[in-house]
Design a protein around this ligand. Structure first.
Ligand code: DC
Length: 224
C-alpha cells in the first residue's frame, strides 16, 4: 500500500476550511476529519452534563470523563458522540460560544490529538482545524492556512444560520467570531498560528470557483 497522504488545513473560524476540506476529500477519495466538530462534540457533552454553564466550567469532572467520550463520523459525515448523531446540536450558538473554553484545556486537546493521529494510520486524510499543520501532523504532505476578514466570515455564517431557520443577529456572530479569533490565537496550548511551511490562502474576495481553481493548482503541483 502507498503511504497515506495527509493534507492539513488550518485557519481562522468560519474561513471556509471545511468546505475546502470536503471538496478535496471527495475529489481524491481521502477521509475527511473535521477536528472542530470534535471539540464541539466535547463542548456539547460538557453542556449536557452541566459541567459547562455561562458561569462555571467544571474542568476536572470533564477531564475525568474524557475516556467515556467517543467521537467518530458517520457515513454521511455527521458527528457521532457516543453513537448519537449530534451534528445539528454542535453547530448552534450555545456550543459555538462555549467551544473555545473547552479547546483551551490541555487534557482535552491531547485526547483529541491522539484520536486524530490514529485516524490517519490506514487512510489518506484531509484534516481541518487550528493546529493540524503545527501540532497534529507537523510532517503533513501539504499544509494550507486559510483566512478571510471577520466581516466576510460573519456575513457568511449569518446567512448559513438563517437558512437553517436559526435567528441570530449579525453583530452577535461578528462578536463571537472576533472573540474566537482572539482565544484561538492567544491560548497557551497549541495556539492558532500559521506553520512556517504552510501556503496561505486569503479568500475574503474569492468566489468558490476561484478558490477551487487555486486549490487544484496547489494540490496537483504537490501530488505530481
Ligand atoms: O472549526 P470550528 O469553528 O468548528 O472549531 C470550533 C472551535 O474548536 C474553535 O473555536 C477552535 C477549536 N478548535 C481547536 O482549538 N483546534 C482544532 N484543531 C479545531 C478546532
Amino acid at each position: 500500500m502507498n503511504k497515506p497522504i495527509i493534507i492539513a488545513i488550518d485557519g481562522v473560524s468560519g474561513s471556509g476550511k471545511s468546505t475546502m476540506a470536503r471538496t478535496l476529500a471527495a475529489k481524491y477519495n481521502f477521509m475527511y476529519v473535521d477536528t472542530g466538530a470534535m471539540y464541539r462534540a466535547v463542548t456539547y457533552y460538557a453542556i449536557e452534563k452541566k459541567y459547562l454553564t455561562e458561569e462555571t466550567l467544571l474542568k476536572s469532572q470533564l477531564i475525568e470523563d474524557l475516556d467515556k467520550i467517543d467521537i467518530c463520523f458517520g457515513k454521511d459525515g455527521h458527528t457521532l458522540l457516543n453513537g448519537v448523531d449530534v451534528e445539528d446540536k454542535i453547530r448552534g450558538i450555545e456550543v459555538s460560544q462555549g467551544v473555545s473554553k473547552i479547546a483551551t484545556i490541555a487534557e482535552v486537546r491531547s485526547a483529541m490529538v491522539d484520536q486524530q493521529r490514529k485516524m490517519s494510520h490506514s487512510h489518506s486524510v484531509v484534516m481541518d482545524g487550528r493546529d493540524i499543520g503545527t501540532t497534529v501532523f507537523p510532517n503533513a504532505d501539504i499544509k494550507l492556512y486559510v483566512t478571510s476578514s471577520p466581516e466576510v466570515r460573519a456575513r457568511r455564517r449569518h446567512a448559513e444560520l438563517m437558512a437553517k431557520g436559526e435567528v441570530v443577529d449579525y453583530d452577535t456572530i461578528l462578536k463571537n467570531i472576533t472573540e474566537r479569533d482572539y482565544i484561538d490565537s492567544s491560548r497557551e496550548v497549541s495556539p492558532l498560528v500559521k506553520a512556517a511551511d504552510a501556503i496561505e490562502i486569503d479568500n475574503s474576495s474569492m468566489s468558490i470557483d476561484e478558490q477551487n481553481a487555486l486549490l487544484n493548482s496547489i494540490i496537483e503541483k504537490h501530488l505530481s
